[in-house]
Design a protein around this ligand. Structure first.
Ligand SMILES: [Zn+2]
Length: 164
């Protein structure tokens, strides 16, 4: 079970249709002085996302190591990256990793609030902290041995992440 304190202050978790603006994100965390919300976005029916990328395959495999560990298929066709899921793997990835990542943003934000600091959303550090929380909690809750494998490199390039 998650610590109740980690969830305190989250007003709602919404499932939303993906839009053009949000189609690179699996989920987002929103925070202002009044409320915190988590949105989880839908996938196209094909369960396929295509991105333009300058990355090379080994680098991309590193960046997407977590998604790959959940079963995502990754193919590079020229400068187009194809990320393809099957529904069971995607469901598991979203309900575990993505949700825990967004909760991780909330946990970090609440720590900042308690210290009287300004919100920090979208910085490389905030992504790193959220990702660390997700991997740590996944290991605690589900016993996946992914923590050490996934902490290297992946969160260092926020622009390539598909969740925020
Ligand atoms: Zn994030």
């Amino acid at each position: 079970m998650l610590d109740k304190d980690d969830l305190a202050g989250i007003a709602k978790v919404g499932l939303l249709p993906s839009t053009r603006k949000n189609n690179s994100a699996n989920g987002r965390y929103f925070f202002d002085s009044k409320r915190a919300e988590i949105c989880i976005y839908s996938y196209p029916e094909t369960l396929l996302h295509r991105f333009r990328t300058k990355g090379k395959l080994p680098q991309l495999r590193q960046w997407y190591s977590c998604e790959l560990s959940y079963g995502m298929q990754l193919e590079l066709d020229g400068d187009k990256l194809h990320c393809k899921w099957n529904s069971d793997d995607l469901r598991r990835f979203i309900s575990r990793h993505v949700l825990l990542h967004e909760i991780g943003h909330h946990v970090s934000q609440m720590k900042r609030v308690r210290k009287g600091l300004q919100p920090d959303i979208g910085s490389a550090l905030s992504e790193k902290l959220a990702e660390h929380y997700a991997l740590q909690m996944t290991e605690i809750l589900f016993g996946r041995g992914t923590l050490s494998a996934n902490l290297h490199g992946k969160v260092s390039n926020g622009s390539e992440l598909i969740h925020h």
